[in-house]
Write a protein that binds this ligand. Structure first.
Ligand code: NAD
Length: 355
């Protein structure tokens, strides 16, 4: 099983190292071989070869079975030209690998319920919702530019979606909902945007082939509010690129910390891209303070979706749960009476619990 490893910038290398430790523990337990190939992307690539996504990285990723990514970006590269920014590399690799479906679970471990900023009565003991976000279209990939005008400048970013783009992500959402609680909420802005009206038509047509799955439609402003008011009403949230980006960060906070949530990006090919939903956290980089759990949980998704190793994926989720149960916490999820540990110690504890 070939895995391309992109450590990236900021806390990226720190959290990826811990995830690899856990993968090695899985490899030992299941006597299987993961072959890692490290490649550059983001600021690290800009510094070394002058561009955020070198050709070699694309090739290695395309020749792998899965890609493990830390995070890219940071203030050091904030002022480089737009097409050379670290984030441009991230958008391009998603497009190159054609991973159009971004799966972002928001799962709260019962042991973490006090870390959620919501009142206990709202969340109860647990939360388990899945955001299915379109990843390679919409406003982030549309034509964008600026022109000078008399009073300054004018800028635009075009948002467009086609029927096939919407249909393929909708089908992923229906497949996932079928294995969960059979309820999809399509989040859009159909009262204002033509794009959203097309999404509703396409999703509604597909829903006729899945009559056992309940489908609701909700405006994004309402969804942002409902996620705080009553998050348990959601099972699968299906949405476009930008709304999914924003709502999944909001959903992550319900569970306590950005540092807890994994993501998987899958598409037409068998190659999946696995990464935590957080960024490079330059404010804590290099200090052994980052929470590696989001990246470690991304490995669980890799085993589940790319390697069909469900039991191994569960081993990782159980090991994380066990360590939280024992009271170990990184700084971002620290609470009174718990045991504070750094990035490396957290990775070590979780890998030791893969048995
Ligand atoms: P961020 O996610 O990096 O950090 C937001 C806050 O959450 C910070 O206070 C940070 O310390 C904290 N945090 C994030 N991950 C954590 C972890 N694992 N453990 C503990 N605390 C954690 O978002 P930002 O500050 O908006 O962005 C920083 C840089 O990351 C920017 O350059 C941005 O473009 C980039 N970014 C990259 C990705 C990606 O690579 N997929 C995603 C988002 C942002």
């Amino acid at each position: 099983m070939k895995i391309a490893v992109i450590k990236g910038d900021g806390i990226g290398p720190e959290v990826v190292d811990e995830a690899v430790k856990v993968l090695n523990a899985i490899s030992k337990k299941y006597e299987c071989n993961f072959e890692y190939k490290e490649v550059l992307m983001g600021g690290a690539a800009i510094d070394k070869v002058g561009e955020p996504l070198p050709k070699e990285t694309i090739e290695v990723c395309k020749n792998s079975d899965a890609v493990l990514l830390g995070a890219v970006g940071g203030p050091k590269w904030d002022n480089v030209p737009r097409n050379l920014r670290p984030e441009a590399g991230l958008l391009k690799i998603r497009k190159e690998l054609q991973v159009f479906a971004n799966l972002r679970p928001a799962i709260m471990f019962p042991q973490m319920k006090d870390a959620s900023p919501l009142k206990e009565g709202i969340l109860g003991d647990s939360l388990d919702l899945m955001i299915v976000r379109e990843l390679t279209g919409g406003i982030y990939f549309g034509d964008k530019d600026r022109i000078d005008i008399e009073q300054g400048q004018k800028a635009w970013d075009i948002m467009s979606y086609s029927t096939p783009e919407i249909a393929r992500i909708a089908k992923v959402a229906f497949k996932i909902a079928d294995k969960r609680n059979k309820h999809i909420t399509l989040v859009d802005k159909a009262n204002v945007l033509e794009n959203s009206r097309l999404w509703r038509e396409v999703v509604s047509a597909i829903s006729k082939e899945h009559e056992d799955i309940k489908i609701d439609y909700m405006y994004v402003d309402n969804a942002a509010m409902q996620l705080i008011r009553n998050p348990k009403q959601f099972d699968v949230i299906l949405t476009g690129n930008m709304f999914g980006d924003i709502l999944s960060d909001e959903a992550s906070m319900l569970t306590g910390s950005l540092g807890m949530l994994p993501s998987a990006s899958i598409g037409k090919n068998k190659i999946g891209l696995y990464e935590p939903i957080h960024g490079s956290a330059p404010d804590i980089a290099g200090e052994d303070k980052a929470n590696p759990i989001a990246t470690i949980m991304s490995i669980a998704m890799m085993l589940r979706f790319s390697f069909d190793m469900e039991e191994a994926a569960k081993d990782i989720e159980n090991a994380v749960s066990k360590i939280l149960e024992k009271g170990y916490r990184t700084l971002d999820i620290m609470e009174e009476g718990m045991i504070k540990v750094g990035t490396q110690k957290m990775g070590e504890l979780i890998s030791q619990n893969i048995k």
